[in-house]
Design a protein around this ligand. Structure first.
Ligand SMILES: *Cc1c(COP(=O)(O)O)cnc(C)c1O
Length: 414
């Protein structure tokens, strides 16, 4: 792509965008440039209506009968089947339940149980904190049977030894947006006799993933980021079919029982992934996620990726052209094929700069210590949003607007 010189040229890119129609389906506020879909995706316009119906006619009208008459009991499996093609899994290889953190706990425990005598959960120091915390918690519970080893990224390969039960990594780094080579690392884990568990929180819905092709053993991911399921939407868990028979979950709830309504005293797992359900599924949240996933039916993930790369390339090029003198450093890989759907810029005043941007309606986020993070969800981000974001950033920097004292107050969620 040759770099556009004017805003009008950027509008032409939007006019030619084969995915432009997807944006129309979102309820995005006027005057906002939303670049934080990697933290919380926006609602579809139809989600509010669907939830209204769920609360009114379904819950209100059917009451407890709704579990059968409205198909609530089958909803986790139906939603799982919508997520499966986005990550290259079979319908029966995905479960939708709980949060990403809780799913990690279940799958790490299952992985460790599949590799007796190998206590190590291998990860990288820079992994998302909850992934490391959950592994630490499991290790405490299992005492000598499990421990977390979190090493620098460049030491991952040499650390794959005979002690490792499972390699646990996040496909797209949440700070830098750097992509791991999922296929090569999974192969390396297998050659060392270990299993591979991938966190797809920043991949599903924006970056093509093929868990089966890579022969990944396990994966988890989020429903509320690029999948747009709403705040705290249920998460997903993938288990390769070859592991279904030996899958032992430590959270043996009744919804993962073979026959929850037999009310027998002894736990018997449901077939395959369905045993990963624990308690009663959050139906209203699942309905919102189900509605959101309808967006992806018939959409080619490769087309999403092409647009995502074009958006991030444009952003980087414009930042380098227009903000060269303002102390930013590109904290994401420059090569598009090593980058997810976000771009991070490091700046010593990153927090205040991001607050100033947000005050002007350009919403990204900040990650300590100094990263401004911009997510470019290809389903609804326009090329003109990229242009306007850089224009606004340029104004914030040239007027030193970020120095205003009220922009230094840190809220609980950054
Ligand atoms: C967002 C994110 C999570 C979130 O986990 P929750 O349990 O849903 O809060 C986990 N892992 C990664 C890598 C994430 O980016």
């Amino acid at each position: 792509m040759t770099l556009p010189i004017t805003r009008a040229e950027v509008l032409e890119l939007d006019a030619a965008d084969e995915l432009a129609g997807l944006r129309e389906r979102f309820a995005l506020p006027e005057g906002v440039v939303y670049l934080d879909g990697n933290s919380l995706g926006p609602p579809l316009a139809s989600t509010a209506e669907r939830l209204q119906r769920a609360v009114g006619a379904e819950w209100g009208g059917e009451l407890v009968r709704g579990w059968n008459t409205c198909g609530w009991i089958d909803l986790p499996a139906r939603v799982a089947a919508r997520i499966a093609p986005l990550i290259g899994a079979g319908d029966d290889e995905v479960a939708v339940a709980d949060s990403t953190s809780v799913n990690l706990f279940k799958l790490l425990a299952a992985a460790v149980a599949m590799r007796p005598g190998r206590p190590v959960i291998l990860s990288e120091e820079e992994n998302f904190p909850t992934d490391l915390y959950m592994a630490q918690g499991l290790a405490e519970l299992l005492v000598d049977r499990a421990r977390l080893e979190a090493v620098p990224r460049e030491r991952l390969w040499e650390s794959l030894d005979r002690q490792v039960a499972v390699l646990m990594l996040t496909h797209v780094d949440f700070r830098s947006g750097e992509l791991h080579d999922m296929q090569a690392l999974t192969r390396a884990a297998h050659e060392a006799g270990a299993l591979a568990l991938w966190d797809l929180a920043h991949s599903a819905g924006a970056v093509p993933v093929d868990v089966n092709h890579c022969r990944a053993d396990f994966a988890v991911g989020c429903g509320y980021k690029y999948l747009n399921g709403g705040p705290g939407a249920p998460a997903f868990a993938y288990v390769a079919r070859r592991h279904h028979r030996g899958l032992r979950t430590p959270l043996t709830g009744w919804m993962g029982h073979r026959e929850p309504f037999a009310f027998t005293g002894a736990y018997e797992p449901a077939p395959g992934c369905a045993r990963l359900l624990v308690g009663t599924p959050p139906i209203l949240s699942l309905i919102a996620l189900d509605e959101a996933l309808e967006l992806f039916s018939g959409v080619d993930v490769a087309a999403l990726r092409r647009k995502s790369v074009a958006l991030t390339e444009l952003f980087i090029a414009l930042v380098e052209r227009r903000l060269a003198d303002h102390g930013f450093r590109l904290a994401s890989p420059r090569e598009a094929d090593r980058r997810g759907s976000q771009v991070s810029l490091a700046h010593p005043e990153g927090f205040a700069v991001m607050q100033a941007l947000i005050a002007r309606g350009v919403i990204g986020d900040f990650r300590a210590p100094d990263l401004l993070r911009f997510g470019f969800a290809p389903a609804y981000t326009r090329f003109v949003d990229v242009w306007d974001a850089v224009e606004t950033l340029q104004q914030v920097m040239s007027t030193a607007e970020w120095e205003r004292p009220e922009l230094r107050i840190r809220p609980r969620v950054t």
